[in-house]
Design a protein around this ligand. Structure first.
Ligand code: ATP
Length: 140
């Protein structure tokens, strides 16, 4: 049970779904300019997110979400993450992420001149972020 004053509300929203809406004790994200740890009653803040697992603690237990870039806002003891894609570990399809990893790696290692390197690198990063989240926090 969350103790009042010792938690902050964490909401994670994608175009498809509200992925998370929970009172948490701590959040750790990777912003574009570095890691950001957020405790309850944090000062207002806006940050751009990297493609990286978001960690959060509930009842002293660490949880994780795969987050594929986007924005984070902190205000009024609430954290809102708006991102193109976020998945809980149990919702991650590991085979799909492995296939995406292989596709991106094959493109990046190919001698083709017509590939969009940045796009392939971002696809690879999303796949690795999902695999990391699923493998450490229990995907299938
Ligand atoms: P893929 O090439 O496999 O589609 P992607 O990185 O291009 O991967 P995104 O564009 O980031 O996929 O996401 C599109 C949608 O598919 C989002 O709703 C995202 O949550 C979901 N998604 C992508 N990969 C996975 C996965 N491995 N497991 C579960 N959901 C996924």
């Amino acid at each position: 049970m969350a103790e009042k004053g010792k938690t902050i509300r964490l909401e994670v929203i994608t175009p498809d779904a509200a992925v998370l809406n929970e009172d948490v004790e701590f959040v750790l994200v990777r912003a574009l300019d570095g890691d950001l740890g957020i405790m309850p009653n944090h000062a207002p803040l806006i940050a751009s997110l990297d493609i990286w697992p978001l960690m959060y603690d509930v009842g002293g237990q660490r949880h994780c979400l795969s987050v594929a870039s986007g924005f984070l806002e902190v205000s009024n003891n609430a954290i809102t993450v708006i991102t193109p894609a976020a998945e809980k570990p149990e919702d991650i399809d590991v085979e799909r992420a492995e296939a995406a990893q292989q596709r991106a790696e094959a493109l990046l290692h190919s001698q083709r001149k017509d590939i969009d390197v940045h796009r392939a690198e971002m696809a690879l990063k999303r796949a690795l972020c999902r695999l990391d989240t699923a493998k450490k926090y229990g995907g299938h």
